[in-house]
Design a protein around this ligand. Structure first.
Ligand code: AHM
Ligand code: MG
Length: 336
């Protein structure tokens, strides 16, 4: 047995990180541990989705007017449950719920953080065995500790995130999270049931060759966006190309791939939906935070995503996110 080989688990890693932070209380580590636990439970159900009767519509419609799958409900309940019973989270807001939930027990009211999440993103892909994911953002509450969390705790700019992350339930299951100190990725080792550090210090390559966009909406995009897509299509060897188009339809999997390999992901506004489809609080802010910490950029076409002041829990925004140089080339086009 090789006793020198040390594989850090998610818990060990977050605790180790704390050692360098004076006055750290361990609450963030505890919250990340809770998220890891919920993710493991969701992973078990995702893996058997084809086998048991957990697949299919739950028969209800979410606040966005879309069908809710059973696994969405399960994932939402798991994340809400572990965070409620943990000691670090004063309340949650979820893409699946109409309103935020402020936990009213004494321990939760004393907690420092609130968490916003999309419990199961890309749920249209569940029944065809394609990667799906969970996305989360963590904020320090603005209301005072000891009291019940308020809506203002949830309507903070993305710049205020303390941590953000995602879980991708794919060929293997990975949890990636960022704090201002860096982005680190953990792969679930099913033999021990632990997330183990597999991708330390993730950096998004400044140049990439992948562009990800729903081409089916091409004629609904604005002229500048169409022009940029044409630029991507025409790239050749002499100007950094050729580019390749990749679009899974699960944002977690698409942005994860581009973060690791270099690339740009776009969900622009369309004629029918000028604000696009993606939600600022549950999808765009967490990814914007992660990608910026990794060296990339994220905008709505005009503004930095993280600078947008949210006014509603479920607001949508166009999103352009990815490798720095590709984003800068896009920005030049969008400026006209
Ligand atoms: P969801 O939260 O209802 O699952 O929708 C979000 C998903 C993203 O993961 C993905 O990028 C996008 O919807 C795909 O939408 P489209 O099929 O319009 O391209
Ligand atoms: Mg989603």
């Amino acid at each position: 047995m090789n006793v020198n080989r040390k594989v850090l688990t998610l818990d060990e890693f977050t605790i180790q990180q704390l050692r360098d932070i004076p006055n750290a209380t361990g609450e963030l580590s505890s919250l990340l541990r809770d998220i890891g636990l919920a993710a493991k439970r969701v992973n078990v159900e995702v893996n058997k989705a084809g086998l048991v009767d957990i697949l299919g519509d739950a028969g209800s419609v979410n606040v966005q007017g879309e069908d809710v799958k059973k696994l969405d409900v399960f994932a939402n309940d798991q994340f809400t449950g572990v965070l409620k019973h943990g000691i670090s989270c004063a309340g949650i807001a979820s893409e699946e719920l109409d309103d935020y939930i402020a936990f009213d027990d004494t321990e939760s009211k004393k907690s420092k953080y609130v968490c916003l999440f999309d419990p199961l993103d890309g749920s249209g892909n569940i029944d065809v065995n394609v990667s799906i994911g969970t996305i989360f953002g963590v904020y320090r509450r603005v209301s005072s500790r000891g009291s019940i969390a308020t809506k203002d705790d949830f309507l903070q700019k993305g710049t205020q995130q303390v941590a953000a992350g995602y879980i991708v339930y794919g060929s293997s299951t990975m949890l990636v999270y960022a704090t201002r100190r860096g982005v680190n990725g953990f792969t679930l080792d099913p033999s021990i049931g632990e997330f183990t550090l597999s991708h330390p210090g993730i950096k998004c390559p400044p140049k990439g060759k992948i562009y990800s966009v729903n081409h089916g909406n091409f004629f609904q995009y604005g002229e500048e966006v169409k022009k940029y897509i044409n630029i991507c299509q025409k790239k050749n060897k002499s100007d950094g190309g050729p580019y390749t188009q990749r679009y899974i339809g699960s944002m977690v999997a698409d942005v994860h791939r581009n973060l690791i390999k270099g690339g740009i992901f776009m969900y622009p506004g369309t004629i029918d939906k000028p604000k696009g489809k993606l939600r600022l609080l549950y999808e765009c802010n967490p990814f914007a935070f992660i990608v910026e910490v990794a060296g990339g950029k994220a905008t709505d076409g005009k503004r930095r995503i993280l600078d947008i002041q949210p006014t509603e829990l479920h607001q949508r925004t166009p999103l352009f996110i990815g490798s720095k140089d590709m984003m800068e080339e896009l920005e030049k086009e969008l400026e006209g």
